[in-house]
Every structure is written in structure tokens, then in C-alpha cells.
Ligand binder design. Structure first.
Ligand SMILES: Nc1ncnc2c1ncn2[C@@H]1O[C@H](COP(=O)(O)OP(=O)(O)OP(=O)(O)O)[C@@H](O)[C@H]1O
Ligand SMILES: [Mg+2]
Length: 310
């Protein structure tokens, strides 16, 4: 199959800047590195594999792409034990039972006709992967395979095949192949390494914590109500927190949450007390909070504020 078919509807995206702009319209701020890999993924019709820290905008990129390109978003949330019945398709057993009873009551004796009917489209339940293979031409969906590191090796091997030919096979119905391959985004938090063979099919990008300027831009896009001073202080403090030895460093999600909390408290500028009182929006482990609360928070804040003044 022509792997570039998926790019047909995205042909308007003529270069990397166009991708950046399109994503910016949805409030997603991305640097040139991420925009480049997104552009290539769309152009070459290759799945995009995003690995990175928690809360840095991996999942959001798939949502932003779907919105920006006006495509349906189909999400496959991965977890341990995920199987094809939850990921690809299932049969509607309850409806099949009713059909069998009805056929029995009506005295229908043709077993093969009944069998054919029971395993037809009418009784098929489409799960995310199958849905993604059945998009309309020109409007192929964005398929988000979220947190792939949570599945196990057999499912990963299955995915590898599905993503190679953009096809899934249902024994009773035969192979179902995508008219146009979906735009695939895979994310991983790297709780384990994903197999090389799967990665090889994809374009890879590591999403790290944003720089100060980028984070400020994201904050302005997502929480524009936060004033310039508060935003700068929040970002400066969060950036410093990430330099500390913490069990779980705050991601972008936490920085945004914190700004929203401070707004709700009518805080215009950070003070050591406010920081200590609201740390739970940024740090989610008691050990981390205990470590930072009090004098450490005051020290980080002083550093953050003097860096801004300087
Ligand atoms: N570059 C960005 N531009 C705009 N918003 C962003 C950006 N990065 C992160 N965000 C915001 O941060 C939040 C967290 O993003 P997201 O859920 O995509 O993170 P994630 O990397 O998938 O995290 P996790 O690993 O915990 O699933 C979202 O609300 C998203 O809007
Ligand atoms: Mg996510």
C-alpha cells in the first residue's frame, strides 16, 4: 500500500512552520524539533512515537492534531492485559444469543446460514484499532495509542503487524484494510523499553521538559488569565523544582494546574507562604512535599525571583 496516502488530506501542510502554526491554533505550542517530526510523520505516513517525562504534552499532541486537521480522534488506552477483544473487535454475545433463541423458536434449521448471520457486521463490535482502519478516504482518523509501555510483549507484537500493513484480520470476516492509513501517534512514559522492531516502524521523538521561554509560551496559551508576573514566577519556580532531587518532577500539566490554583486564590505574585500552601498542585508525593516545604521552598523562590529580576 502507498504509505503516503495518509498525507493526502494533509498536503496543505507544506512545511514545518505550517505544522507549528496549525498546532498553535489549537493552543499547542511546539518547537521546531517536534514540528519537524510531526511534519515528516504526516508527509511519509509513518507512525509518530513520542516518549518522555510525565505531563509534558505527549497525549495532547494527538488531540491537537485531530482538532487542527479536523479528523476524528480514536484513542486506545493501553494497560497490562490489554487484548484484541478490547483493542480490535469483539462479538456482541448478548445479541448473538438472542438471535439464536429467535432462530430456534422460529424453527430455523439451516445452521450454516445462522452461523453466517451471527458472525456478520451486524454483531461486530468495533474497538479502537478496527475503527481506525475504517476511516473515510480523505478523513482518516488520528489514532492515539496511549502509554504503550503499559501493555505486554505479545500485544506489542500484534500492534507491530497491524501498523505495518494497516490491516487487521477477523477470522470470520477476513482481512480489513484501511482505505487510507490513520495518522498514528504512540506515546510511552518509558516504564519499560518498547521493542526496537516497533520503534523502527515509527519516527521517534523524545519530549523533554520545556525551556523557560517555551513553558512561558505554553502557560500564556493555556492560562492566559494569569498575569505576566505570576506566569514568569510560576515557570521560574517550576523550572528550579525540576532541578531538585525529587521522586516525581512536575510536568507541564502541574505547572498549568498550579497557575490555575493561584488564580483561584487571587494570588498576583508568589510568596514563600503561598508556595508552601499550594505545593500539592505541583508535587504529588508526600516525600517530595516534605522535602521542599518551608525553607527549601523559600530558597528556591528567592532564587527564582532574583533570576527574573536579573
Ligand atoms: N506544548 C504544549 N502546548 C500546550 N499545552 C501543553 C503542551 N505541553 C503540555 N501541555 C498541557 O499539559 C497537560 C499535560 O499534557 P499531556 O496530558 O499531553 O501530557 P503527557 O505527556 O501525555 O503526560 P502523561 O505521561 O502523564 O500522560 C495538558 O493539559 C496539555 O494541555
Ligand atoms: Mg499522556
Amino acid at each position: 500500500m502507498d504509505q503516503t496516502l495518509g498525507a493526502q488530506g494533509t498536503a496543505a501542510l507544506k512545511d514545518i512552520d505550517a505544522v507549528k502554526q496549525l498546532l498553535a491554533q489549537t493552543g499547542y505550542v511546539c518547537g521546531r524539533d517536534l514540528a519537524t517530526v510531526v511534519f515528516l510523520s504526516l508527509r511519509l505516513g509513518r507512525p509518530l512515537f513520542l516518549e518522555g517525562e510525565a505531563g509534558v504534552g505527549k497525549t495532547e499532541i494527538a488531540k491537537a492534531l485531530a482538532t487542527a486537521l479536523d479528523r476524528p480522534l480514536i484513542r486506545l488506552q493501553c494497560y497490562e492485559g490489554l487484548d484484541t477483544a478490547s483493542a480490535v473487535y469483539d462479538w456482541n454475545f448478548a445479541a448473538q444469543m438472542v438471535a439464536i433463541r429467535t432462530a430456534e423458536a422460529a424453527g430455523q434449521t439451516d445452521r450454516s446460514a445462522l452461523q453466517a448471520e451471527l458472525f456478520s457486521e451486524d454483531y461486530l463490535i468495533e474497538r479502537p484499532l478496527l475503527q481506525a482502519m475504517r476511516g473515510e478516504a480523505g478523513r482518516a482518523p488520528v489514532l492515539l495509542i496511549d502509554e504503550i509501555d503499559r501493555t505486554d510483549a505479545p500485544f506489542e507484537a500484534f500492534l507491530l503487524e497491524a501498523l505495518s500493513d494497516f490491516q487487521v484480520t477477523i477470522p470470520e470476516l477476513g482481512p480489513i484494510r484501511a482505505v487510507e492509513p490513520p495518522i498514528v501517534v504512540l506515546t510511552s512514559n518509558r516504564t519499560r523499553e518498547v521493542h526496537d522492531a516497533l520503534k523502527r516502524r515509527c519516527l521517534y521523538h523524545w519530549v523533554g521538559y520545556p525551556s523557560f521561554d517555551r513553558e512561558l509560551e505554553i502557560l500564556a496559551a493555556r492560562v492566559p488569565e494569569a498575569g505576566a508576573q505570576l506566569s514568569r514566577e510560576v515557570v521560574s519556580f517550576v523550572q528550579r523544582l525540576r532541578g531538585e532531587d525529587l521522586f516525581k518532577k512536575p510536568g507541564m500539566a502541574e505547572a498549568l494546574d498550579w497557575a490555575r490554583c493561584l488564580l483561584a486564590l487571587d494570588v498576583m505574585a508568589l510568596s514563600p507562604e503561598v508556595v508552601s500552601d499550594t505545593l500539592g498542585a505541583v508535587l504529588k508525593y508526600q516525600d517530595d512535599i516534605a522535602k521542599i516545604q518551608g525553607s527549601e521552598a523559600a530558597r528556591l523562590l528567592a532564587e527564582a525571583q532574583s533570576a527574573l529580576d536579573g
